[in-house]
Write a protein of this length. Structure first.
Length: 635
């Protein structure tokens, strides 16, 4: 797309027939081009490269030249947007005509179809009642949590929504028409069972399984991965991968269970044994699929010292057959049990498949997690597990803590690059394939503003491999409660900053802002809380409006935040932000399966009540951010 400025339009209200949506915008006249890009899946493709190589409007020269900025800010009512936007050109929208459409999704089970340039609401539907806070382990309402996927050939949008059916949490898979948001086929309830090593059966339980990883379409199927709600219900929640036929939504005959232990002697401090987990969450990253349709993903912790291949693939990168029957290859760091200790999930980041590389190892994959090590792996043999270093991977690099997702692009010299986003920097790593396969840091950004957990998501836009066209996009998370986010555009040539601006508010400090900018057809799309931001050329350097503060979701009882000083059995000594040490009895929370692992130095939020002696009795014990600036006020 290309665009030119039109007559400014301020504070107009677009009526969708469903809800009044406030739009602050500069009018845009759009011209279609043959190279227009559809964004139909998370991170642009099933390799999860995060690279749009078809961007012919935005370049380092014009993004850094002062004309790039905010074009529109769309406020959606009663919405908490999740995942990242999807964009489809030329959709025949019922009652409207042919329109370029952007699709948004929220935690209240709403699906929105908006004009991709003006933000006018074209369609809206709600996919059932979201699960209320009272029936969720994390004590928060849950609806859609993952990025859906679109099949452009059949014009179908696949969405997985956590719904309340007959007072029971139930995941429902929907296949919706792009042009009407009506059901293409009847939705199906997610159900599954699998066998454990002792021959007993385990049944999928929607109440303890969170569906956060982006959906995948491959092999004519839709795939979804599941994990726990922030490590709660650790004696019940496990990692699952399920699949359905895309045309009929019929479940596949087999499913994948990452932990099939029937019992374990693992020591999970502060949580009831046995501990299962080995969740698949990847901070919202999606399962990847290679050109042959095999699936790749990374698992999280499964309880200290519980790693036990083939019965528990904790802290592992896995390659799985399309029919979900076979683990074809895996990799776990040599110190995998050390990863599990003190919550250093490998699975806090996703896995990216690299396009075919020259040389002896054409098939490569890359992943990183909380420990801050980025692993470059051979797709044919991910590396297995060894007891002493070095790990049997192709290469590795230290990038800093990563609740994040990397990207990939090919430079004008024909050489591939991996873009990492660990800690407070973005780094570009050159994939050298001759004479030996190595990773070389080519550039690193300045320190970028970012709070919450370490790391950030990146994406890349370019005009193919044309020199001086590649831009790295990333968003810095807020560093205070209800704080702003920061968009950065960096030159892929040297990681220098082309553009930066603060925008939006993030009202959920206990939940990371896992946001990846979407670039398509000369525009940048960012969905935050209940706002959609559209940026492009001829915009303003800062957004036109400052979003009002949004009251964060809180627990029902007293709520305190602090850092664990010591533990003894069920008793926790918690140092509050005031310096006072509060005795906490965690037994009730453990009995309810509503406690994370407890260890000295960990920051916690605790919902509960005081007894007459001043002891605080926990009903819900959850992980808090390490910075007290991100803690909600005690109440």
């Amino acid at each position: 797309m290309s665009h030119r400025p039109g007559k400014p339009r301020r504070n107009s209200v677009v009526s969708s027939g469903i809800a009044a949506v406030t739009v602050v915008a500069i009018g845009i006249v759009c011209i279609s081009h043959a190279w227009a890009t559809n964004v139909v899946t998370y991170h642009y493709d099933t390799f999860r490269t995060g690279w749009n190589p078809s961007e012919q409007t935005l370049t380092p020269a014009n993004v850094g030249g002062g004309s790039f900025g905010f074009l529109a800010e769309i406020k959606l009512p009663a919405s908490k947007l999740v995942g990242h936007p999807l964009v489809v050109q030329g959709v025949s929208v019922k009652g409207v005509g042919t329109v370029d459409v952007e699709y948004l999704f929220d935690n209240y089970n709403s699906v929105w179809a908006l004009n991709a340039y003006t933000g006018a609401v074209l369609l809206h539907t709600k996919l059932g009642t979201p699960v209320p806070a009272s029936d969720n382990p994390y004590n928060q309402g849950v609806g859609i949590r993952s990025t859906p996927v679109i099949d452009p050939t059949t014009q179908t949008l696949y969405v997985l929504a956590d719904t309340y059916v007959n007072s029971t949490p139930t995941y429902m898979l929907y296949a919706l028409s792009l042009g009407s948001l009506a059901n293409q086929v009847p939705p199906v309830a997610v159900a599954a069972s699998n066998n454990l090593v002792d021959g007993s059966a385990v049944v999928f339980n929607a109440q303890v399984e969170q569906q956060k990883a982006a959906l995948l379409e491959a092999n004519g199927n839709i795939y979804a991965a599941f994990g726990s709600f922030a490590d709660l219900a650790s004696n019940e929640a496990r990692g699952w991968v399920l699949g359905w036929n895309a045309a009929t939504l019929t479940p596949l005959a087999s499913n994948m269970l990452t932990n099939s232990l029937a019992s374990t002697s693992a020591n999970c401090p502060g949580a009831p044994a046995p501990c299962y987990l080995s969740s698949i969450w990847m901070s919202g990253f999606g399962i990847a699929a290679d050109s042959a349709g095999r699936l790749y993903f990374v698992t999280a912790n499964g309880g200290e010292n519980s790693y036990a291949v083939p019965n528990n693939y904790a802290e592992s990168a896995l390659k799985v057959s399309a029919d979900l029957t076979t683990v074809e290859s895996y990799f776990a760091p040599y110190n995998v049990n050390g990863f599990d200790k003190n919550d250093r999930d490998f699975g806090s980041g996703g896995l990216t498949i690299l396009p075919t590389q020259p040389g002896a190892l054409p098939g490569l994959a890359v992943a990183a997690g909380k420990a801050g090590i980025m692993y470059l792996m051979n797709q044919n043999n991910l590396g297995g597990h060894v007891l002493t270093p070095p790990d049997q991977v192709v290469a590795q690099a230290t990038i800093g803590g990563c609740w994040c997702g990397q990207s990939y692009f090919t430079g004008s010299d024909g050489v591939g690059r991996i873009v990492s986003g660990g800690d407070f920097n973005v780094e570009v790593w050159k994939v050298n394939t001759s004479p030996a396969l190595t990773l070389t840091q080519e550039s690193a950004s300045a320190t970028l503003s970012s709070g919450q957990d370490a790391g950030k998501f990146t994406s890349v836009s370019s005009n193919g491999t044309t020199a001086d066209t590649a831009i790295i996009w990333t968003i810095g998370r807020p560093s205070v409660v209800d704080g702003p986010l920061t968009l950065y555009a960096l030159s892929a040539a040297d990681s220098s900053t082309l553009f930066s601006a603060s925008f939006g508010k993030w009202a959920s400090p206990n939940i990371n802002a896992e946001i990846s900018p979407v670039v398509a057809n000369g525009y940048v799309y960012i969905a935050v809380q209940n706002y959609l931001y559209i940026l492009g050329l001829h915009g303003t350097a800062q957004p036109a409006v400052v979003p009002e503060a949004v009251e964060p979701i809180r627990t029902a009882g007293h709520e305190v935040y602090g850092t664990v000083v010591a533990t003894s059995g069920h008793l926790i000594k918690l140092r509050l932000r005031t310096g006072k040490v509060l005795p906490v009895d965690n037994e009730h929370a453990e009995e309810l399966n509503r406690s994370v692992e407890i260890f000295a130095g960990r920051s916690l939020g605790i919902d509960g009540f005081y007894d007459h002696s001043g002891v605080f009795h926990a009903k819900l014990t959850f992980r808090a951010k390490d910075s007290p600036a991100l803690w909600l006020s005690d109440k």
